[in-house]
Write a protein that binds this ligand. Structure first.
Ligand SMILES: [Zn+2]
Ligand SMILES: [Zn+2]
Length: 285
C-alpha cells in the first residue's frame, strides 16, 4: 500500500525562508489526508504533485492561526480545481470546530462571482465531524484502510488541542500537533511506527526571553526521553522552534533529542520530508 507521511510545512507563526506553516500529509494508496494547513500548504502540495481535490480529509489539531491560515486556501483551491465531493474535516469541539464552520464566510462574494462567471456548481459543503477532545485514544474516523484516533494534548491555555493517530495498512503514524511533551501523546503513539512531533529547544527559546513559547511547546530533550519510551521506529521533528537557520542549529535539535535518550531513526524535518509508515523501510538520517 506504500503509506507515507510528508511534512508540508515545518515552520511556526514566524515566517522563515523555506519553511511553510505547519502541516502534514498522510497518503495511503489513493487516499490522502492533511493535518492542519498553515501558510503555503497548497504550494507545498503542488510541489508534491498532489492536487487539492485528492485531499479527502482535513484533520485540525487546534485553533492557533499558524495551523489554520491555509485552510480557506485549501478548500477554495480544491473547489476551483474541480473537487466536488465534500471534504471531511475533523476538529475538536470548541473554537477549532467553530472556525471550520465559518472558514468560507468571508469568501461568500468571491464564491458567488466565480459560480456566475464560470457557471461552476457551488462548492461542496464541508463535512465537519467535530468531537469532544478525548482523554484517551479514541477513534474519530474510519474508512477503508485508514483509521484515525485522537487524544487531547497539553497546549494550555489553548483548549482543546489534539494529536491524531493514523492507522494505515502499512503502519501507524502519530502527529502531535502543538503540545508540551505529555503522557497523552505517549499513549497515542504506543505501538506506532512513526511519530511526527513538534519540537522546541527550550533553552534557546528561553535565552531569547520567550518563556511563554517554551511553556506550551515540546522541549526537545524531554521529547527524546518520551519518544524512546513509546518504542517508535522513527521520530520526525517539525514546527521547529527556534527555526534552524544553519547546519549547527539543525544539529542542536538532534543532539537534544539524543541527549534525552532516543535511539531510533531521527529526522529533523524539512518541508517535503517524506517517511514511509512501515517501520522496516523507514529512512534514517
Ligand atoms: Zn503552532
Ligand atoms: Zn499552537
Amino acid at each position: 500500500m506504500d503509506a507515507t507521511v510528508t511534512l508540508t510545512g515545518t515552520g511556526t507563526p514566524l515566517p522563515v525562508p523555506g519553511r511553510a506553516g505547519p502541516g502534514t500529509l498522510l497518503r495511503c494508496g489513493e487516499w490522502a489526508g492533511q493535518v492542519d494547513a498553515g501558510r503555503g500548504t497548497v504550494l507545498r502540495l503542488a510541489e508534491l504533485g498532489v492536487r487539492c481535490p485528492q485531499i479527502g480529509l482535513l484533520a485540525l489539531t487546534h485553533y492557533h492561526s499558524d495551523h489554520l491560515v491555509g485552510v480557506a486556501d485549501l478548500v477554495l483551491t480544491r473547489w476551483v480545481q474541480g473537487g466536488n465531493d465534500p471534504l471531511v474535516v475533523l476538529a475538536p469541539k470548541g473554537p477549532t470546530s467553530r472556525f471550520a464552520h465559518r472558514v468560507l464566510d468571508i469568501w461568500a462574494d468571491d464564491i458567488e462571482v466565480r459560480q456566475l462567471h464560470a457557471r461552476r456548481p457551488a462548492p461542496p459543503p464541508l463535512d465537519i465531524r467535530s468531537f469532544d477532545a478525548p482523554a484517551e485514544p479514541t477513534v474519530v474516523w474510519r474508512s477503508g484502510d485508514v483509521e484515525i484516533s485522537a487524544i487531547a494534548v497539553r497546549h494550555e491555555p489553548v483548549e482543546a488541542a489534539v494529536a491524531y493517530r493514523f492507522d494505515m495498512a502499512d503502519g501507524a503514524v502519530v502527529v502531535s500537533g502543538d503540545t508540551r511533551v505529555c503522557p497523552e501523546v505517549e499513549r497515542l503513539a504506543a505501538g506506532a511506527q512513526v511519530l511526527v512531533h513538534e519540537a522546541c529547544r527550550s533553552e534557546a527559546v528561553r535565552a531569547r526571553g520567550k518563556d511563554y513559547i517554551a511553556a506550551y511547546h515540546a522541549d526537545t530533550v524531554h521529547l527524546g526521553t518520551m519518544a524512546e519510551r513509546t518504542g517508535v521506529a522513527t521520530l520526525v521533528l517539525t514546527h521547529l522552534e527556534p527555526a534552524p537557520l544553519t547546519e549547527h542549529d539543525v544539529n542542536a535539535f538532534a543532539e537534544d533529542v539524543r541527549r534525552g535518550g532516543f535511539t531510533g531513526n531521527l529526522i529533523v524535518g524539512e518541508d517535503l520530508t517524506t517517511v514511509p509508515a512501515a517501520a522496516e523501510t523507514a529512512l534514517s538520517t
